[in-house]
Design a protein around this ligand. Structure first.
Ligand code: SF4
Length: 74
């Protein structure tokens, strides 16, 4: 299990996370930012606990994010 965080306010909607980890990320048509599917929002930070089978692609997404708004605690 790992915990995945999205500091959505600072997301610039570059689409990198969606391309890399499509089963967990989508682009919002409303505001053009990424959406972390299934996440709960707490003080502007979206977060979810996931099984390790989703870890590799989300590490890649974290590393690809140009503004570093994806974080993982594992
Ligand atoms: S990679 Fe980062 S900046 Fe780009 S859409 Fe995903 S969360 Fe937003």
């Amino acid at each position: 299990m790992f915990r995945l965080f999205h500091y959505r306010n600072r997301c610039i909607g570059c689409n990198a996370c969606v391309e890399i980890a499509f089963q967990r990320w989508r682009m919002s048509k409303k505001d053009g930012k990424a959406v972390l599917l299934g996440a709960l929002e707490k003080k502007g930070i979206y977060q979810i606990t996931l099984d390790d089978d989703e870890l590799p692609e989300n590490i890649q997404a974290m590393e690809a994010c140009p503004v570093k708004v994806i974080q993982i605690i594992h």
